[in-house]
Design a protein around this ligand. Structure first.
Ligand code: FAD
Ligand code: EPU
Length: 339
């Protein structure tokens, strides 16, 4: 375990926002958990790759940065193989490694930034696939009771950009590893708009997991700003999920508003389209901006503070609400320890 006092968190969040912490503790193996000081959710924070977090304040206590790594195939039966991964693994490198092992299931989730351990937190999703489709179990350290706990898939309570770990019991469990069930037999999932065209092969028999992964990488590089160039945390808002009556009312008023079926008879509508329709794409408030490339992404053009980005997000929320009557919910974790 490494520990350092008063670190800057600027390079530890993809927004590139300045913030500090009382202490930074880096976990390198599971034994390190046994010597952790007790965790206080009112002052301390768990951190992975910092790609889904906005520091609107400093962290008064300790930031625990989890780098417990490791990946291996732990079982194989019939058409499936089971992979276990440590929370500190880089997500995209893990995806590529599974493809190298001849396993499919993660290809549509290529190039999502961050660490593996955060993937279950918001049930990461992209290009028509969510982690929920391959996750079998999550192992975590219970920070309240100081003991190991393993959750099977239903116990993780995964849904669109949500989980038990994100909303019902935030900051209680430090995820250390998870187990995935991946497939030795490949079924391409190409229905997400633009993906089939990007793959560019009409005969599904010729399409390999690697071809799909490469296509997803190309699409993502074209559509989203690169955080190593312009600070951002991907989509800043979730796509609103509406009941059928709300969706019908809205699409009656705005027939071009993109919409997709969501869980249990609900309808997901495009937050990016609503923001662009309000004329906010490319808006700047100082160094805080709405990306010119993608309306759902807030960007740091240089030295925006977390508070400035939060003010911009409030402006986007209120303009979208006044035109569409829909509340946009932020997707990243907003860190705000100020009373
Ligand atoms: P962090 O930002 O470090 O943390 C996020 C949350 O998880 C925090 O609340 C933190 O406390 C908690 N946490 C982190 N690690 C642990 C742990 N081990 N145990 C318990 N809690 C933990 N997301 C998608 O779903 N789909 C996308 O397509 C997508 N595209 C993106 C594109 C870009 C350019 C960027 C910058 C982000 C994108 N994201 C996307 C968001 C982000 O990459 C994911 O949510 C990712 O899983 C966050 O991982 P992280 O390690 O950076 O988490
Ligand atoms: N659109 C606009 N203006 C824009 C961008 C998009 O009107 O500037 C409209 C277009 O009509 C487009 C539609 O929005 O067809 C959807 O755009 P896109 O395919 O880029 O998807 P998204 O809904 O904006 C979601 C996820 C992304 C994920 C992509 C691909 C959420 C909140 N975001 O974005 O996840 O990568 O789909 O599956 O669900 C993230 O969570 O950080 C993230 C990047």
């Amino acid at each position: 375990m490494k520990a350092s006092p008063n670190p800057s968190l600027r390079t530890l969040n993809t927004f590139g926002v300045e913030a500090s912490a009382g202490f930074l503790v880096t976990l390198e193996c599971e034994e390190d958990l046994l010597s952790l000081p007790s965790f206080d959710p009112a002052a301390d924070l768990l951190l992975g790759g910092g790609s889904n977090i906005l520091f609107a304040s400093d962290v008064p206590g300790t930031v625990i940065h989890n780098r417990i790594s490791g990946r291996q195939i732990v079982g194989s039966r019939g058409d499936f193989a089971w992979v276990e991964a440590g929370a500190g693994e880089n997500w995209h490198q893990l995806v590529l490694w599974t493809l190298d092992q001849g396993l499919s299931g993660l290809e549509n989730l290529s190039l999502i930034p961050g660490q593996a351990g955060a993937a279950p937190i918001q049930n990461i999703g992209a290009y028509g696939v969510e982690l929920a489709s391959v996750l079998e179990s999550v192992t975590a350290w219970d920070l309240q009771r100081n003991r190991w706990v393993t959750f099977d898939l239903p116990q993780c309570e995964l849904s669109y950009r949500d989980s038990r770990f994100k909303s019902r019991e935030p900051d209680r469990y430090l995820i250390t590893s998870f187990r995935l069930r991946l497939s030795k037999r490949f079924t391409p999932r190409l229905d997400y708009a633009g993906l089939r065209e990007e793959v560019g092969q009409s005969d599904a028999a010729d399409v390999s997991p690697r071809v799909v992964s490469d296509a997803v990488v190309r699409l993502r590089r074209r559509k989203l700003p690169d955080p190593s160039v312009t600070g951002n945390a991907g989509s800043f808002f979730k796509n609103p999920v509406l009941n059928p009556e709300q969706a019908e009312r809205l699409t009656g008023l705005f027939p071009d508003l993109p919409k997709w079926p969501s869980d249990s008879n609900e309808i997901k509508v495009s937050a990016a389209w609503m923001i662009e329709h309000c004329g906010l794409k490319g808006l700047r408030m100082g160094d805080a901006g709405v990306s010119k490339q993608h309306a759902l992404v807030l960007v740091n053009h240089g030295s925006a503070s977390g508070k400035e980005l939060l003010d911009l997000s409030s402006r986007v929320q209120s303009e979208v609400y006044s035109v569409f009557g829909v509340h946009l919910e932020p997707e990243p974790r907003i860190v705000n320890f100020t009373p």
